[in-house]
Write a protein that binds this ligand. Structure first.
Ligand SMILES: [Cu+2]
Length: 175
């Protein structure tokens, strides 16, 4: 009874947040369903590397990224510019310090803990940005994105220390 109530409240809180604050938007495009993709690009993640290191895309293209983690550690594939990655690295450092982010995975937080962190941090201690996906060692994940305009971006892993160790590549969107 109590559990059912708190779940309902949690769901209500989550959905009202989603409506009150529209999902984070990105000036370089938006997430898309995989079926909309005009091509796929496989990116292999190693421990502190991406292969390929550079990706060329045309404005207007919808690309399905297939992310293969061949390393021993958890890695992230995140689309953004250098400033966005720097900000996300701070968030991931907090997740790591809270014990939520481990070297090989992301722990589920209890509802109580998540609520506390949400109140304390504003942003909420959750890793669910649409421009990012976490890939556990030995796993494959996907992210599909429509690139709206010509711009210079980076694809990066923002797990503490990884970007600095070389887990960043250039993604150029041309006209
Ligand atoms: Cu990494």
């Amino acid at each position: 009874m109590f559990l059912r109530q708190s779940l309902a409240i949690c769901f209500l809180a989550m959905s009202s947040t989603a409506f009150a604050a529209p999902a984070h938007t990105y000036d370089f495009g938006q997430p898309a369903p995989a079926a909309k993709a005009s091509r796929s690009i496989e990116v292999v993640m190693g421990d502190m590397s991406f292969d390929p290191k550079t990706i060329q895309i045309k404005a207007g293209e919808t690309v399905r990224f297939v992310l293969v983690n061949k390393g021993q550690l958890l890695h992230e594939f995140n689309l953004g510019d250098a400033a966005m990655h720097a900000k996300h690295q701070q968030e991931m450092l907090q997740m790591q310090q809270s014990g939520m982010l481990t070297p090989t995975g992301m722990k589920e937080m209890s509802h109580d803990m998540a609520g506390m962190d949400h109140a304390a941090m504003g942003h909420g201690m959750k890793h669910d940005d649409p421009n990012s996906v976490l890939v556990e060692p030995g796993q494959t994940a996907e992210l599909t994105w429509t690139f709206s305009k010509a711009t210079s971006l980076e694809f990066a892993c923002n797990i503490p220390g990884h970007y600095q160790a070389g887990m960043v590549g250039k993604l150029t969107v041309s006209q």
